[in-house]
Write a protein that binds this ligand. Structure first.
Ligand SMILES: [Zn+2]
Length: 212
């Protein structure tokens, strides 16, 4: 366990102590909690205000109960330094906190996919795209056929999106049949959205992995 100042990187101490009442770590961390506020900056170029790590896409806000100071940090630092995470007034244990932050991350990715789909449905008046958006809102995933059209049109319209955030359903025989019948290049188009098990399934159906 982290028990002495020596356990903490100097920059972490330099960032948090001036905003806290306690003058040592880890005591100062006990004044802080995750507020529940998060920001998706869309591109990974933000900095964790605690450890100075760069390349963050998501900020999680922590607040000092006594000084009122707020800091935008990465979720890893919340877990690493055991900043309190609450759910309906109850402080979560370490595993619960990890799950809660992971769930928040999933939610932000889902919202990012929805924004891309909404933008797409806005620029192209097309029944397939509005059906894909309605389907995604309902199921939080796409069928292989929807995924193919969605990624094709997102790329064609240069709409920023991360294909790995989308989920593709293969839990019905008809979706597997559709995937098997897809043209190779269309399978490659949706490849990054497939899980490793789904990729194996695609290969078992006669497709090949896209070239690196
Ligand atoms: Zn950090």
């Amino acid at each position: 366990m982290m028990t002495s100042m020596d356990s903490f990187p100097r920059r972490v101490a330099e960032n948090i102590l001036p905003l806290s009442v306690a003058e040592t770590l880890p005591a100062a961390f006990r004044e802080w909690h995750f507020t529940g506020e998060t920001v998706d900056h869309e591109i990974p170029e933000e900095t964790c205000r605690l450890c100075d790590k760069e390349g963050l896409r998501y900020h999680f806000e922590i607040r000092n109960d006594q000084t009122g100071h707020r800091l935008d940090v990465g979720s890893e630092c919340i877990l690493k330094f055991q900043v309190a995470v609450f759910d309906e007034g109850r402080e979560l244990g370490p595993d619960e906190a990890r799950n809660a932050l992971a769930e928040r991350m999933r939610q932000m990715r889902l919202e990012s996919c929805l924004r891309a789909l909404e933008r797409l449905a806005g620029v192209e008046a097309n029944d397939i795209l509005s059906n894909a958006l309605a389907y995604y809102r309902l199921h939080k995933s796409l069928t292989p056929k929807f995924a193919n059209v969605v990624f094709w049109r997102l790329q064609a319209n240069s709409i920023d999106h991360d294909p790995t955030f989308f989920k593709v359903r293969l839990d019905k025989a008809s979706y597997v049949t559709d995937l098997g019948a897809m043209r190779q290049r269309n399978v490659h188009r949706i490849w990054r959205a497939l899980t490793s098990a789904q990729r194996k399934k695609a290969i078992a159906l006669g497709h090949s992995a896209p070239p690196e």
